[in-house]
Design a protein around this ligand. Structure first.
Ligand SMILES: [Zn+2]
Ligand SMILES: [Zn+2]
Length: 348
């Protein structure tokens, strides 16, 4: 059996490269040659610095990291029903049991079965040249999209697409995104594609402010101090119709609520942290709605890849830094520091 290198996260702000067997696909499984694997904020939050995640976010030490892989099927296990060798595929990053209520709705993310396994957390993920995946977890990558586009679909873009499906966006709307990390930038990219007529960002990291401007994804970007007043000034004094919080901070979430006008809708997608606001004054009396949104479903991911092609947009535009697997330590360190857009590990 041949061997491969894979990256693991020991939980002390480093990456270790170890040797693994190249797996053989069993019934209903495929072996994927990894082409691109992007790093997620939740890898940093729950695994990289310390193994703080519990339950669905619990990392089993020694697992190959990376839950945002994209590649091509190079080997078929027995009994495949839809996919075949040579197909370019995205891996939905959680392998649900497939049989519970949540899985039957396509939300493997919400599966509570003991059989649920997240790639890169409780089963081997994408930071290796090959990944073993279940056929039921795959989404076709259309020819028009690159592997680097595909790597960002399941987690980042799927997450914001789901949130916009909940709050709805059209050409009447000014859209605010608080927190312009990769998820926030993805939100702006999709809001723009959906026809939002004004795009507003709130961010304090100078690198990310410049990146949002350079990518043409913001009409206005404000630092948190006075952001609410500034946003009202550019929205007729009323605030935005729609807001997404990707900051996961107390301050960012409160700005998203306060800067949304009466009858407006807000979605929270940033993970962790806490939230403080005045319910009567800032939410109830304004007839506002806050939605919680966690990742997306298999069918919405299929819709999303179709729409990315129709809109002609490329998630890979958010990738600012690329590394080889041997340089994964540097890749995660950069992502943890925050002076970057999306960070990708790429393979030949
Ligand atoms: Zn992720
Ligand atoms: Zn399930």
């Amino acid at each position: 059996m041949s061997k491969m290198k894979g990256a693991i996260l020991p939980g002390n702000s480093t990456v270790e490269i170890k040797e693994f067997d190249i797996p053989t696909p069993g019934p209903g499984q495929v072996l994927i040659q990894t082409k691109a694997s992007t790093i997620c904020g939740s890898d940093i939050r729950c695994i990289y610095r310390e193994h703080t995640g519990k339950g669905a976010e619990g990392y089993i030490p020694g697992m190959i990291a990376g839950h945002e892989p994209c590649g091509i099927i190079v080997e078929e296990g027995p009994g495949l029903k839809r996919f075949k060798k040579g197909d370019r595929v995205i891996v939905y990053h959680i392998s649900g049991c497939g049989l519970c209520y949540d899985c039957r709705k396509g939300y493997y993310i919400s599966c509570k079965s003991e059989h649920r396994r997240a790639y890169g957390w409780q089963r081997d993920g994408g930071m290796a040249p090959y990944i073993l995946a279940d056929e039921k977890d795959l989404i076709f990558l259309p020819d028009e999209l690159t592997y680097k586009d595909g790597a960002q679909v399941a987690c980042g873009f799927g997450t914001v697409y789901e949130a916009f499906e909940k709050i709805g966006v059209n050409g009447n709307d000014a859209v605010l995104v608080t927190g312009l990390g990769p998820v926030g930038l993805a939100a702006l990219m999709i809001a723009k594609a959906l026809g939002a007529n004004k795009l507003i960002g709130v961010e304090m990291n100078p690198y990310r402010i410049e990146l949002a401007k350079k990518l043409g994804l913001v009409d206005y970007v404000f630092e948190p101090e006075n952001a609410v007043e500034e946003i009202k000034k550019v929205t007729g004094g009323h605030g935005v119709e729609r807001a997404i919080d990707a900051s996961a901070s107390v301050g960012g979430r409160r700005i998203a609520i306060q800067a949304t006008r009466e009858w407006g809708k807000i979605a929270f997608v940033g993970e962790g942290g806490s939230c403080t606001f005045l319910p009567s004054e800032e939410l109830l009396h304004g007839q506002k709605t806050i939605y919680g949104s966690w990742v997306t479903s298999l069918w919405k991911m299929e819709d999303l890849v179709e729409r990315l092609v129709r809109w002609g947009i490329h998630p890979e535009d958010l990738i600012t830094h690329e590394f080889l697997l041997e340089e994964a330590d540097e890749a995660y360190r950069l992502m943890a520091g925050g002076d970057c857009g999306k960070v990708a590990v790429v393979f030949d």
